[in-house]
Write a protein that binds this ligand. Structure first.
Ligand SMILES: NC(=O)c1ccc[n+]([C@@H]2O[C@H](COP(=O)([O-])OP(=O)(O)OC[C@H]3O[C@@H](n4cnc5c(N)ncnc54)[C@H](OP(=O)(O)O)[C@@H]3O)[C@@H](O)[C@H]2O)c1
Length: 338
């Protein structure tokens, strides 16, 4: 079977297609015929090297996210069958409960082999069945960006109908957060560098939009839109370059789910605003298999359609990575193996 591996090289071009032995399902495992993968900003950082201070994982299969059909089951597997349509969780060993270093170390597509392969073998306990109404490309977008957005709003943020959510940019996490927030009856304020993307966000239900390129003081615009109060919850995908403005844009006793590194990994933080306004800043690292199952049920019941901007072929994976890196996308970018 064919699989991409991370190799020496410059930037996102450092992947190469290789032949590997076809995997076999061992005790407790399933083998999945991968039908689609999706890309996350994290995949760019892993392939470029230096993500979170870790070494570039030479020889690993990249990409955390994919979906496909169960082709084999190992001994002891009872709740998954051959032929099931499934997607593995981002951290298949993080079944439930609080995150630990051990659970995090099993995340796919970095030190542990990921999904950009024709077949993968994974523990059956970390596999989630996907809704019938989703294409494989749509289902492949769920493990990282969607679970992170769900966790940020409903676990870290405890979002309630009628509250105001602030979203930054129109990438994968933010567009899932927009869809989930609207499902739950919240008001959404979203920013983007591109007016055409803001129009697409309005079509998905965004209530208010701000072009952060034309309005560098976008935090003041958020305050103006909320009667001077600020948003209840912010999904912070920007990181150090946006966090201090987000602290201005949320209300007293509001919360920020912090997961993003789009602007880097460290800078000065306005700690005074955090304490003076009683803001809860919740670190977020995707979510467990149980959280993914809860989210998938909501997507199924509501027939929600994940937004896939472009689908590339398996042989064009490097083009897909370059497109993701350009920031030209709205929502998600996928790779099809069908
Ligand atoms: N910790 C976790 O669990 C976790 C999980 C998932 C993602 N993340 C992180 O969350 C971030 C988003 O991930 P993603 O996969 O959704 O990324 P993505 O799809 O690549 O998002 C790219 C978009 O982000 C927006 N953006 C870039 N710089 C911005 C800025 N300074 N201010 C506002 N928006 C900006 C742009 O939107 P416009 O084109 O509309 O301007 C850009 O198109 C990344 O840092 C990723 O590593 C963390």
């Amino acid at each position: 079977m064919r699989a991409y591996e991370i190799i020496e090289g410059e930037g996102v071009d450092s992947i190469a297609l290789r032949d590997r032995p076809a995997p076999v399902a061992r005790q407790g495992q399933v083998v999945i015929d991968v039908k689609a993968c999706s890309l996350n900003f994290r995949d760019l950082n892993v392939i470029r090297g230096g993500y979170g201070g870790t070494d570039k994982p030479f020889g690993s299969i990249p990409l955390s996210d994919g979906a496909g059909i169960v082709a084999q089951i190992g001994d002891g597997v009872t709740d998954v069958s051959v032929g099931d349509r499934v997607s593995p969780a981002f951290m298949p060993g993080h079944l439930d409960g609080p995150l630990t270093a051990e659970k995090q170390a099993g995340s796919l597509g970095a030190q542990v082999d990921g999904m950009l392969a024709e077949q993968v073998a994974l523990p059956a306990s970390g596999i989630v069945k996907i809704p019938d109404h989703l294409s494989f490309a749509q289902a492949a977008t769920l493990p990282c960006a969607a679970v992170t957005a769900w966790y940020a709003l409903f676990v870290g943020g405890a979002l309630k109908p009628g509250q105001t959510v602030l979203l930054l940019g129109t990438g994968g996490v933010s567009i899932f957060a927009l869809q989930f927030a609207k499902l739950s009856g919240a008001r959404v304020i979203i920013t983007s560098s591109d007016d055409a993307k803001l129009e697409r966000a309005r079509q998905l239900g965004a209530d208010d939009t701000i072009n952060y390129r034309n309005t560098p003081d976008w935090h003041d615009a958020v305050l103006a839109l909320t009667g001077g109060q600020g948003a209840d919850i912010a999904v912070e995908v920007g990181g150090p370059g946006t966090l201090n403005k987000t602290l201005q844009a949320v209300r007293f006793s509001g919360s920020i789910s912090l997961m993003g590194v789009l602007t880097g990994f460290e800078d000065k933080v306005d700690t005074l605003s955090i304490l003076r306004k009683n803001i809860k800043v919740q670190g977020t690292y995707v979510g467990s298999v149980a959280v993914m199952r809860e989210m998938v049920r909501a997507i199924d019941v509501n027939r929600m359609q994940p937004v896939v901007d472009r689908v590339f072929g398996f042989d064009d994976a490097a083009d897909a990575l370059r497109f993701q890196e350009s920031g030209g996308h709205f929502g998600k970018v996928a790779i099809s193996l069908e």
